[in-house]
Write a protein that binds this ligand. Structure first.
Ligand SMILES: Cc1cn([C@@H]2O[C@H](COP(=O)(O)OP(=O)(O)OP(=O)(O)O)[C@@H](O)[C@H]2O)c(=O)[nH]c1=O
Length: 631
């Protein structure tokens, strides 16, 4: 759900955050923005002395970070994004620019300079709107910066070193994190707190408002209500534009003033952590001029109560191949669809209406047709079809999830209850019949294909010549890797039952020479040689004991300097954010002995087998990526 109408303008766009900073990802995720994370490879090495003011350096670096990502994504035909956001945070004290410390001594130097003094934190932000015309990339760049003043208390040497040894300073500008332990060092903050943390959210929303809602003479005077937050640009922006309307080119547009752009008043509400709307109510006049006030609805809870109905409507429409029908023949009337798929007219009509209300279909006087998303993701031949995973969710996960209560009580998987037989071997079970095997492979393929680009580009892997994707199934990730890194040769290693059935999933019309398939059991057989071993959605299937067996085998064949790349949903250390990942962990409970793990848990497992320099990229999408090196 997007709370902010300005951010709502980005809903239908492909937004890319060109930053590896987990804080920036969190700040934007927290306000409901959906985006992909493609960390920039731009090295922060601009000549500082060539800038007259520190903020100019931050703005230029932010711009270069975003430009690098926009160009890379365009050149590599990774689909040109609509909007790329780059940011750079620096600390400025005594005319000097402080970035991230390179080591503990450097952190000490920085913190000593800040000790007892006021300094400025500048974050430069670049918003690039991209268009591809005749395969040329055209860009509109908007940039700005925000300054926040922060004062440190007088701190003892001992305290500074204790803080440095906590490890917190290392990936943070100026060597401190105001949002965590570093908050204890700070006497006061003047300005936007989130700007210090890494992203000036308020200024960003104002900039978007300038771009998407330039002031016009039709705007009426906005009434002031005491209860309205003083953030002018967060107002109701019901301008009747469709979500897909383009932003108005307003480079350098002047700031909205309080006589702004607003045509009506709105109801503002925020939800507290229990999902109950607690916000303030602004009188809203309906068309008859009667004042209404917003009912306090536990909207999040109601949404969750209905969640299973929506899921099942999607599953059934997919099972009945309604999206395939409409892709070929839409728009169609309910009666014709019902006749084609052999269902009742009254039931089909209700299902179609429900799907239309959920945004999966469009309903017009001509009948029902697929939305663009349905063509891409729901039709079984869609470019990034999730059909396989949806059928797997309906036929396999649904019966397991109906036994979630028993799984929680017993702490173990529920295959015996759901399918009437004990699960001895997770994968043997999947492969007991050709139909189940194909369904499972198709499910794994659809997720691997959808996430492959994120996984392949989370880190620069161009130094590796050969990779082995352990449990690589249909080779979807392998094919993406050889596209992104033309010099890489990838071996997919999986069970013989899998390898025998991969041909159906191979991309057509491409020479697939750099991808080879080798069959074997990674717990028992010897592993192919490679510079890079990949384990994507593998470790979460297993308990720690089995992971140790697997990682010790990988470690034994890995030469020093070789690397391991994990792709998993990585939980935060406190296991309290990211419901998708936490629900996925329940998903593992009902069907495996595995679970989802946090970054530190993966790091600990890897380090026990000689893998160090563990780097974690939270992509903000389905799979996060961890890279480590054998020393
Ligand atoms: C002062 C302060 C900074 N930071 C972090 O410092 C990094 C700055 O570095 P950057 O170069 O702007 O970003 P990055 O992390 O290298 O990512 P990228 O955008 O990929 O260059 C960002 O992470 C910020 O959150 C905090 O988390 N808390 C604070 O109080």
């Amino acid at each position: 759900m997007v709370l902010n109408p300005v951010l709502g303008k980005l809903v239908s766009k492909r937004v890319v955050l060109a930053s590896a900073s987990p804080r920036r990802q969190e700040i934007l995720t927290n306000v409901g923005l959906r985006f992909e994370v493609v960390p920039s490879w731009f090295k922060e090495t601009l000549e500082k002395s060539s800038f007259t003011a520190p903020y100019e350096y931050a703005v230029e670096t932010a711009k270069q970070k975003a430009l690098e990502v926009a160009n890379r994504m365009h050149v590599k035909h990774l689909r040109t994004p609509d909007v790329v956001i780059g940011a750079d945070t620096i600390v400025s004290v005594d005319e000097q620019i402080l970035e991230k410390p390179v080591d503990k001594q450097d952190a000490y130097r920085m913190l000593s300079r800040l000790n007892g003094k006021e300094h400025s934190v500048f974050t430069g932000v670049a918003i690039i709107h991209c268009h591809s015309k005749d395969n040329q990339l055209e860009m509109d760049i908007t940039d700005f910066y925000e300054e926040t003043k922060v004062k440190f208390s007088e701190l003892s040497e001992e305290l500074l070193w204790e803080y440095i040894h906590s490890g917190e300073p290392m990936d943070k500008a100026g060597g401190y994190g105001i949002q965590a332990l570093g908050g204890m060092l700070v006497e006061y903050v003047h300005g936007d707190f989130l700007n210090v943390v890494g992203f000036p959210l308020n200024h960003f929303c104002k900039k978007l408002a300038e771009l998407y809602y330039p002031p016009s003479k039709h705007n009426v005077q906005r009434k002031k209500y005491d209860s309205i937050p003083s953030v002018d640009t967060f107002e109701n922006q019901s301008d009747g534009e469709s979500e897909s309307s383009n932003f108005t080119k307003q480079k350098g547009a002047s700031k909205l003033d309080s006589s702004g752009t607003y045509s009506s008043e709105a109801v503002y509400a925020s939800e507290n952590s229990s999902g109950v709307r607690t916000g303030f109510t602004v009188p809203l006049e309906n068309q008859n001029g009667v004042s209404q006030s917003a009912a306090k609805l536990p909207s999040k809870i109601l949404e969750l109560m209905d969640g299973f109905r929506a899921s099942k409507a999607l599953f059934v429409a997919s099972k009945l191949k309604i999206f395939d029908h409409l892709k070929d023949k839409g728009p169609m009337k309910a009666v014709d669809i019902a006749n084609d798929v052999g269902t009742s007219v009254c039931g089909t009509e209700r299902l179609l209406d429900a799907c239309a209300s959920l945004g999966l279909l469009e309903k017009t006087p001509q009948g029902y047709s697929n939305t663009d998303s349905a063509n891409t993701y729901l039709a079984s031949d869609g470019k990034y079809s999730l059909h396989g995973y949806i059928i797997h969710s309906n036929d396999h996960l649904w019966p397991l999830f109906t036994n979630l209560e028993s799984a929680v009580k017993e702490g173990s998987r529920q295959n015996h209850r759901a399918f009437g037989k004990k699960a001895d071997d997770l994968f043997k079970d999947y492969y007991h019949s050709q139909e189940v095997k194909q369904r499972f492979m198709s499910a794994m393929h659809s997720i691997a294909h959808l996430t492959a680009r994120d996984v392949a580009t989370a880190f620069d892997l161009s130094q590796f010549k050969s990779a082995c994707d352990l449990g690589g199934c249909t080779g979807a990730l392998a094919h993406e890797l050889v596209q992104v890194y033309p010099n890489l040769k990838v071996t997919v290693f999986d069970l013989p039952e899998v390898i025998a059935n991969t041909s159906y999933f191979q991309p057509s019309g491409q020479h697939t020479a750099p991808v080879t398939f080798v069959s074997g059991d990674f717990f028992k057989d010897s592993l192919p040689e490679a510079d890079l071993y990949i384990l994507s959605r593998v470790l979460h299937d297993w308990p720690d004991e089995k992971i140790h067996v697997l990682l010790s085998k990988v470690s034994a064949v890995c030469r020093p300097g070789c690397a391991v790349l994990l792709a998993e949903m990585v939980l935060d250390d406190e296991k309290k954010n990211r419901s998708t990942a936490l629900l996925q962990s329940l998903n593992m409970l009902v069907q495996t002995e595995g679970k989802e793990r946090s970054g530190s848990e993966y790091q600990a497992l890897l380090e026990q087998h000689g893998f160090t320099n563990v780097k974690i990229r939270i992509t903000g999408n389905l799979l996060d990526v961890i890279l480590c090196v054998k020393t």
